[in-house]
Design a protein around this ligand. Structure first.
Ligand code: BG6
Length: 315
């Protein structure tokens, strides 16, 4: 079927927790990914050693209409509370469909799935726009995870619409105090903990010792998340997504979240490729594309010297 990778075993449609539909993608050497149709939500990404690379809370109960806590929620058409819709928009709370007839979109991998979200009449009352949101999730032969979102304005009334977007990725880390993020130093950011006031980041890689909730503006296409203890580096590449949001609730906020364990903040970090500050405007017939590519590579920590490209080449 078009829209589903074709090789036997590479793509399987099955039931996940609470009987929710999910798609399992499998790579040739043991890697895998899982995507729930609820939310168009990636909930698992494993490397060739079958180690889980994404964080999902142990308190998550997979009960719609609540969004899944962890994995890669899709924030659309609103980011955060910046608008009149529910926090982070409605896409993560909707049942997506498998797109059996997607427009041509080349891939080298046999392991991919195309999903689609279109508004229901009820949705149109809250956000009066007609759109097609196509999400392709691909597991590369080397175990990389690629997400491509294509949003098209299908309004018949000639009206443009505006939206914000984020891949709200929860990375699994061994110990947050051992993690560094490279690529965001010296950038300007809006601090959600300081009324979205604008500051400039200092020259060093980011490290974590308290709650963080920042929107980095004009972030580079490549960001590295170094897990010193695990000797693993995540390399995030993004396209069409100018911002990068970094979030960890830390202990106090964690205790207020019913779907998040009190100590789980130690083992996760959200680094979100986003178009959050300046929303995207589409005229009828126009399409926007936003792409995220994640790889996990072994790293030997070496302060300030890490070039994610070199890490990738040497792996
Ligand atoms: C981040 C926001 O992207 O998501 C935070 O910057 C927010 O402000 C966090 O707290 C989690 O949001 P939610 O709606 O999934 O609890």
């Amino acid at each position: 079927m078009a829209g589903i990778g074709s090789e036997r075993g590479a793509v399987e449609l099955c039931k996940g927790i609470n009987g929710l539909d999910k798609v399992v993608l499998r790579g040739p050497r043991g890697s895998s990914a899982e995507v729930y149709l609820y939310g168009g939500h990636v909930t698992s990404w494993r490397n060739d050693h079958r180690e889980e690379l994404l964080f999902v809370s142990s308190k998550e109960i997979f009960k719609p209409p609540k969004a899944i806590r962890g994995g890669i929620p899709i924030c659309f058409p609103q980011f955060g509370s910046n608008g009149s819709l529910e926090q982070h928009g409605f896409a993560r709370n909707k049942f997506w469909s498998i797109d059996t007839d997607p427009p041509p979109f080349p891939t080298n991998s046999k392991s991919f799935i195309d999903l689609i979200l279109k508004p229901s009449e009820e949705d149109m009352q809250k956000w009066p726009h007609s759109y097609e949101f196509r999400l392709r999730v691909t597991l590369g032969t080397g175990g990389d995870l690629m997400l491509t979102s294509r949003v098209r304005n299908t309004n018949a009334d000639g009206k443009p619409f505006t939206f914000a977007f984020a891949y709200h990725t929860y990375f699994s880390v061994s110990d947050i105090s051992e993690v560094r993020v490279e690529g965001l130093e010296t950038l300007d950011y809006l601090d959600n903990l300081e009324n979205k006031e604008r500051f400039t980041e200092q020259g060093d890689a980011l490290t974590f010792e308290s709650e963080v909730d920042k929107i980095y503006l004009g972030a580079p296409t490549k960001i590295a998340i170094l897990d010193h203890e695990k000797k693993r580096t995540f390399v995030l590449r993004k396209d069409g997504l100018p911002d990068a949001v970094v979030w960890n609730p830390w202990d106090k906020k964690a205790k207020t979240m019913t779907d998040f364990g009190d100590d789980e903040y130690m083992h996760m970090l959200c680094v979100e490729a986003a178009a959050a500050e300046k929303p995207i405007t589409l005229k009828p017939g126009e399409e926007w594309k936003g792409r995220l590519e994640l790889s996990a590579v072994p790293s030997s920590y070496c302060s300030g010297q890490l070039d994610p490209q070199k890490v990738l080449q040497s792996s």
